[in-house]
Design a protein around this ligand. Structure first.
Ligand code: GDP
Length: 455
């Protein structure tokens, strides 16, 4: 394959920056521009110290360390090198340009990992996990991605495939060699085995609800009428002044989104525009958007100013949360001198309510605890479980399960066994698509196009 190169570290200034190269001509190209301080044969897993020079004028570009990886023991299974230079954009771009001028071509996003997959070092589900490892926002999300990278999901899929193959072999022997005295297929045994397979697939499919939370995070919308304290609450949660806090009604006209970490689970928290009957066109759009976001979110935090009487806008909010996961927040308890009265309309919702002060921070911790127990976040333990986090995998598992259910039905209806065999083969095909044994170039290109440059 062509030799590819790219800068692999993030743009910006850093202690070091890395330019990576992979392919047949890797060491030949490197030889043109790298003068190591010590001679000697290239060995894999070794590092040489020296200068990168421009061969046209012998000018030194930078003092570097070069790591060598000799095929097949490298990330891509090809000859590879990583040039560790000083972390300056100018230097890294100069080095990259030299590599390109000397016969390499610029790598596409994710092309190194794509080669690792195409050259058979990792399967597709492992390759997909690489981007999840890089993008992980919390420890638990990262753990789920690392497990997938280590091949736990692939192993599980292989195990299920073998279970299906076992049935298939039994059936096919009796179909292919009817003249031999092979024992009839034991249908009861097949039912039991299909049940076991179903159980495994359902377990994987169900893990996606957790996986989705791990990967996309919980979406939490904060709604409330203007001045209830939405922005103050968001700032308190984020421990920074992210949202503009003013006592002028209607300052949050659009939405603000931030990620927070609740017990290792990412949560996207959205501060919406205050709900009220706005006259201003822009504000009206903001309010409609807020309602839509609240409807789509996993959880609504409905915030009320405990020092004020409930008004029509508040009742509208109570109606909005009626059939949704919601926590009611009674804000500004620091302003309550006497024992505060909880409005009866709030008590009637039967929803959990918490008294807080977005200014002093009282009660904020309880919001975290409540969210955690509502979504059983403590029970999400990627270290001990295989969790599907990828929609593509979930769809393939669903399709595989459908074929197993079809096989069961075909058997029940006493159809010929070769039809059962077709259902089972289709199920295996669905599972193969997870590990990438039968996927089209289009799917592969689509997956890797979402990667960053240099990975
Ligand atoms: P929003 O319109 O719902 O986003 O409300 P803000 O967060 O902008 O707050 C409106 C006003 O109420 C500001 O002057 C805040 O300082 C004040 N405020 C918010 N929360 C509290 C609180 O818990 N206690 C007190 N005393 N004032 C608060």
């Amino acid at each position: 394959m062509e030799t590819i190169a790219s800068i692999s570290t993030a743009p910006g200034i850093g202690g070091i920056g890395i330019v990576r190269m992979s392919g047949e001509k890797c060491f030949e190209i490197l030889n043109n521009i790298f003068i190591p301080r010590s001679d000697g044969k290239i060995k894999g897993y070794s590092i040489k110290y020296g200068n990168i020079i421009n061969p046209d004028n012998n000018k030194i570009i930078d003092e570097v360390l070069v790591s060598y990886f000799v095929s097949p023991k490298s990330y891509t299974k090809e000859d590879m090198c990583e040039i560790n230079a000083h972390g300056s954009n100018i230097i890294l771009n100069e080095i990259l340009e030299l590599l390109l001028n000397n016969g390499a071509r610029l790598a596409e996003p994710g092309e190194f990992t794509k080669r690792a997959f195409l050259n058979g070092r990792i399967d597709l589900s492992q390759a997909e996990s690489v981007i999840d490892v890089i993008n992980a926002k919390t420890e638990k999300e990262k753990q789920a991605a690392i497990n997938q990278l280590e091949g736990f999901l692939s192993e599980n899929i292989k195990k299920i495939k073998n279970m299906i193959l076992n049935i298939l072999v039994n059936i096919e022997v009796s179909i292919d060699y009817p003249e031999y005295d092979t024992p009839d297929v034991d249908r009861n045994k097949i039912y039991t085995e299909l049940d076991n397979i179903k159980e495994e697939l359902i377990k994987l499919e169900n893990s996606f609800s957790t996986g989705k939370i791990l990967k996309d995070g919980l979406s939490i919308a904060i709604i409330g009428r203007p001045n209830a304290g939405k922005s103050s609450l968001l700032n308190k949660i984020l421990k920074e002044e992210r949202a503009i806090v003013t006592n002028v009604e209607g300052t949050t006209r659009d939405t603000i989104e931030e990620f927070i970490n609740i017990n290792g689970i990412p949560a996207k928290i959205i501060d919406t525009a205050g709900i009220r009957n706005a006259k201003d066109e822009i504000e009206k759009i903001g309010i409609e958007k807020a309602k839509k976001i609240a409807e789509k979110s996993d959880l609504i935090i409905a915030i009320f100013d405990i020092t004020k009487k409930l008004e029509e806008e508040d009742f509208e909010i109570l109606r909005l949360i009626e059939n949704k996961n919601a926590i009611i927040i009674l804000n500004k308890i620091d302003l309550c001198i006497n024992e505060e009265k909880i409005p009866v309309e709030i008590l009637e919702t039967k929803k959990k309510y918490l008294k807080i002060s977005a200014i002093t921070g009282d009660g904020i911790e309880e919001i975290y605890n409540e969210i955690s127990s509502m979504f059983c976040l403590d029970k999400i333990k990627p270290e001990n479980n295989i969790i599907i986090t990828n929609t593509r995998h979930k769809q393939s598992i669903k399709d595989a399960l459908k074929n197993i259910l079809n096989a069961e039905e075909t058997l029940r209806l006493n159809f010929p066994e070769d039809i059962v065999a077709i259902n089972l083969k289709d199920s295996i095909e669905c599972l193969n698509s997870i590990t990438g044994e039968n996927v089209t170039d289009e799917i592969i290109n689509n997956i890797f196009s979402k990667f960053c440059l240099g990975k």
